[in-house]
Design a protein around this ligand. Structure first.
Ligand code: HPA
Ligand SMILES: [Zn+2]
Length: 350
């Protein structure tokens, strides 16, 4: 269906679908307005407008976010932006605001990433971030019934020893034992930063009974996806370059390994020229399981419903195909079977 045939009624249908979001960095839900407000409240100096005019106002910053040239160009703003987050309440408010917005767009289950090392290096400890996020999740769960899980991600541009230190820390181990997060991920710059050095971290994490995922096949090639699976990842974040390797495509379909795809992010970071180039059609035709996610909604082009609408405009999927995507997302979630059954029940009613 060409874009001009997209009916407004389809947006109501897309909104009504019971969605699971698996690829959302909470730091990427920090809007320019909140960034400026928290910078003042927490006395964190922003770059001066003479060094970077983007920091003149929230409007100019939002405008700058529309012209990222690469993952690293974005990451520079993303790491600078999150420096305004200091207190548990900052993380709680950010998490709650994201979940409220997500709920209004039909998200019924969310698995939320954060980057502990990016906070630790500024003196913000693991528990500050985690306790704030958990409070935001609890509030949203009580108010909207959204189920949530939290996934700390290690930064692949830092040495694996640094991730190992976090993994061995008392705060990480105690929270893992209390099951305050469900697994770990790996994010940040992909090209030139292979996953292999993190193998020891990944094995130890698995030994703690935690789940494993990693960003791979976003900026880097399909070989990074194969490597991520070799070290024990159960799902892949992005993974769109998997189509470069037909055997790997067959394998993930056969083994029901889910890809958490982020179409608007791919376009914003120039991984793809347009949403139409994201291999949604190939994935559906070859039985590759995937979910559709926003990644960093305040930086990279929008929230989850924007992503669903963009995919519908590009591919004109049938209602049954949308239900298949939502079923893949439910089945690929890391919540328990009881919750999955509830979500599948919601999907049946659509
Ligand atoms: O899309 C991403 N890729 C890698 N690292 C990230 N950190 C936040 N978002 C991303
Ligand atoms: Zn991401």
């Amino acid at each position: 269906m060409p874009a001009s045939d997209f009916k407004p009624a389809d947006e109501a249908f897309l909104r009504s679908l019971p969605k699971c979001e698996h690829h959302l960095h909470i730091e990427g839900a920090l809007s320019p307005e909140v960034l400026f407000r928290l910078a003042t409240r927490n006395s964190i100096p922003l770059p001066s407008p003479s060094s970077d005019p983007a920091y003149t106002s929230p409007t100019t910053l939002a405008q700058r976010y529309k012209s990222f040239t690469s993952l690293d160009d974005f990451l520079a703003y993303y790491y600078r932006g999150m420096a305004v987050l200091l207190h548990p309440a900052d993380y709680e408010d950010l998490t709650y605001a994201y979940l409220a917005r997500a709920h209004s767009e039909g998200v019924r289950h969310a698995e939320v990433f954060f980057d502990p090392q990016a906070h630790l290096e500024r003196g913000v400890d693991f528990d500050t971030v985690l306790s704030g996020m958990r409070a935001g999740c609890a509030k949203a769960e009580a108010e909207f019934g959204t189920s949530t899980l939290i996934i700390p991600c290690f930064l692949r541009h830092l040495p694996a020893d640094d991730a190992w230190t976090v993994l061995q820390s008392e705060a990480f181990r105690a929270a893992a034992e209390r099951r305050e997060f469900v697994g770990i991920g790996l994010d940040s710059s992909e090209a030139g930063f292979p996953i292999a050095p993190f193998e020891k971290v990944w094995r130890a994490t698995k030994g703690m009974g935690l789940r494993l995922t990693a960003h791979a096949g976003e900026e880097g090639g399909a070989e990074n996806i194969a490597e991520a699976l070799r070290v024990g990842c159960e799902r892949i974040d992005h993974g769109v370059r998997i189509v470069e390797d037909a055997e790997l495509v067959e394998r993930v379909a056969r083994e029901k390994i889910m890809l958490s795809v982020c179409p608007l992010s791919n376009v914003a970071l120039r991984v793809k020229k347009s949403v139409a180039e994201v291999p949604i059609r190939e994935f559906l035709d070859r039985g590759v399981r995937f979910s559709i996610n926003s990644d960093d909604p305040e930086y990279l082009g929008g929230y989850i419903l924007d992503s669903y609408v963009a995919v519908q405009e590009a591919f004109g999927l049938s209602r049954d195909e949308w239900k298949t995507i939502c079923r893949y997302a439910i089945e690929g979630s890391w919540c328990g079977q009881d919750r999955k059954d509830v979500l599948l029940g919601m999907l049946k009613e659509i």
